[in-house]
Design a protein around this ligand. Structure first.
Ligand code: 3AT
Ligand code: MN
Ligand code: MN
Length: 542
């Protein structure tokens, strides 16, 4: 007897075909995802294809121009090629109406990163239809250098890598490990996104089933506020790998079954046993600052609480940011998800119950910490709030070590507010959480509000206005039983020191405050329609 094909590192748990009930539940899942606005229209998806064709043409022209300018022979110029790849939600096929297209430009070795930043933006504007390119922002010194822009209203994240090859043909595959030979760290990182997504897709038995289940899991994780790598939760790639692993264990199952098995398996997973989609290749070290995840060799790797390991060489941990608290929150949510999907699969509940919004502010905690970063210009705040956001996790870890704190739960997104102040006193108050001078509606997370107000100080004879831009991160505190003192000054000061030690920190421009906030004192703008803010406890009547 031939054993069933094995996907991944173990034999499957079940190779059963779906039952009628399971197929019906999958249909209902897709219906619910549609109702929730998870799919984009065919017309909009066609627009994406047109934009990608254009980016491919521009890439080829870019390579040609650089080759020509460098005096290469005509035949080399003609055959240099150049190719774009995608990664992220678009490549996985789980994008929605608001998704960007994460795109990678791959060019032959004689085209450099400097050429890319110097010439690609101009060529892009020249070759794209007039007026179709907006908000063009090259970020040269990022961890992964990137050019961001909107093309016909679609956000594009365009990264870049050269290969050690004189030609980049249209049929090049990045799955071949040979493409990494001789590359520096930045180039390797740029290729990594596409290599990981392509590998994930290769390693699942049924792509369509995987995609529907992943859409469901991502929507659930977003609604429950446990989606955000930077805040210590899994990000898109990590959630994709978890769903992919469950697909491997049930290679013939339908998406509704994958979703319910996802909760069941992940709820019971024996962490820190890693989740892997394929055998980890630990043969060699790819470069001085790049290494393959290996807790036997690297001490830091052995501290990862919920390791989820990327399949493409060099394998890395996608969840090194998870802390003791965020792990606890994730596990509570997995348990909730498993109970609800069990009801759904037995016809006792609808899918929409799974996607109910979190209750972080309405029924979350009695005590919160508000971490408020502030600046007096929008541009400075974009940078400063990013730095502070990337450190909030360290405050969480500090709080976890406090005797009175059982759990420190960071909300997964920051809240941006704009304030118009008339005196130095008002500026100080706005920076430390007073909302009396707030002028905007609230915007949470990804989309920074474009401010209509002018930045900086405008002084007329009798009027002085200073705009203050704040971003607030909320951390819910669960205290240990019988906790009395809640002096967090040591942890808070340590966190502030880490942030203000940043070399670009400017005392004039940037501020950072951490304040205690009772649930009944949370700002009104955190509560959506129909949500009730916790009320002040009533004094006992005698
Ligand atoms: P959307 O549908 O776009 O919301 P997504 O999964 O495509 O979901 P992103 O576009 O934010 O999410 O990210 C795509 C990939 O880009 C995920 C990760 O490999 C990489 N990435 C995103 N942000 C960063 C970052 N700050 N640093 C390094 N890599 C990042
Ligand atoms: Mn994306
Ligand atoms: Mn992106």
């Amino acid at each position: 007897q031939i054993p069933p094909q094995q996907w991944g590192v173990t034999a499957p748990i079940s190779t059963s075909l779906p039952t009628d009930e399971e197929n019906q539940a999958s249909g209902a899942l897709i219906e619910e995802l549609k109702r929730q606005g998870n799919y984009e229209s065919a017309a909009d998806t066609n627009k994406r294809a047109v934009v990608l064709q254009s980016l491919q043409a521009i890439t080829e022209e870019f390579v040609k121009q650089v080759s020509k300018r460098k005096g290469l022979p005509e035949v080399v110029v003609r055959n240099s090629g150049g190719k774009i790849f995608t990664y992220g939600s678009f490549r996985l096929g789980v994008f929605g109406p608001g998704s960007d297209i994460d795109t990678l430009v791959v060019v032959p070795e004689h085209v450099t990163r400097d050429d890319y930043f110097e010439q690609f933006p101009d060529l892009l504007v020249k070759m794209a239809p007039e007026g179709s390119i907006e908000d063009l922002t090259p970020v040269v010194d990022a961890f992964v250098p990137i050019i961001k822009f909107e093309y016909s209203g679609i956000s594009i994240d365009l990264i870049f890598s050269t290969l050690k090859a004189s030609q980049v043909p249209r049929d090049l595959s990045l799955l071949d490990e040979k493409v990494l030979h001789g590359l520096d760290e930045k180039e390797m990182r740029s290729l990594n996104g596409t290599r990981v997504t392509d590998e994930i897709l290769e390693l699942v038995p049924q792509k369509a089933v995987f995609r529907t289940a992943l859409r469901g899991v991502k929507l659930w994780a977003q609604r429950r506020a446990i989606y955000a790598n930077i805040m210590g939760f899994p990000g898109g790639v990590a959630w994709a790998m978890l769903v992919a692993r469950v697909c491997q264990l049930y290679p013939k199952a339908t998406s509704s079954t994958i979703m319910s098995k996802f909760f069941h398996i992940m709820k019971n997973w024996q962490w820190p046993q890693p989740v892997t989609l394929t055998k980890i290749d630990t043969r060699k070290r790819p470069g001085p600052n790049v290494r393959v995840w290996n807790p036997q060799i690297y001490k830091a790797d052995s501290f990862h609480l919920m390791p989820i390991i990327t399949p493409a060489y060099p394998s890395m941990c996608a969840t090194h940011n998870i802390t003791r608290s965020t792990m606890e929150i994730i596990q509570r949510e997995l348990k909730r998800g498993s109970e609800i999907t069990e009801q759904i699969m037995t016809g006792k509940a609808p899918w929409k119950n799974l996607f109910v919004k979190h209750t972080f502010f309405t029924q979350g905690y009695k005590y919160y910490l508000s971490v408020i970063s502030a600046s007096t210009t929008k541009e400075a705040q974009n940078i400063w709030s990013g730095l502070v956001e990337s450190k909030v996790r360290l405050l969480v870890i500090g709080l976890e070590g406090h005797d009175s704190i059982a759990l420190a739960h960071p909300f997964n997104k920051g809240f941006e507010r704009t304030h118009k102040c008339h005196t130095d006193e008002e500026v100080e108050q706005a920076k430390s959480g007073n909302l009396s001078f707030q002028v905007n509606g609230l915007s949470a997370g990804a989309e920074p509000s474009k401010s209509e107000a002018t930045d900086g100080e405008q002084k007329t004879e009798e009027d002085k206005t200073t705009m203050v831009y704040t971003t607030t991160h909320y951390i819910g505190l669960e205290l240990v039983e019988g906790a009395k003192s809640l002096d967090l000054s040591w942890q808070v000061d340590d966190f502030k020191r880490i942030c203000t030690n940043w070399d670009k920190h400017d005392h004039e421009l940037n501020a950072l405050n951490v304040i205690h906030t009772r649930n009944c004192d949370l700002p009104d703008d955190l509560f959506g329609e129909g949500e009730v803010k916790p009320s002040r406890p009533q004094k006992k009547k005698s």
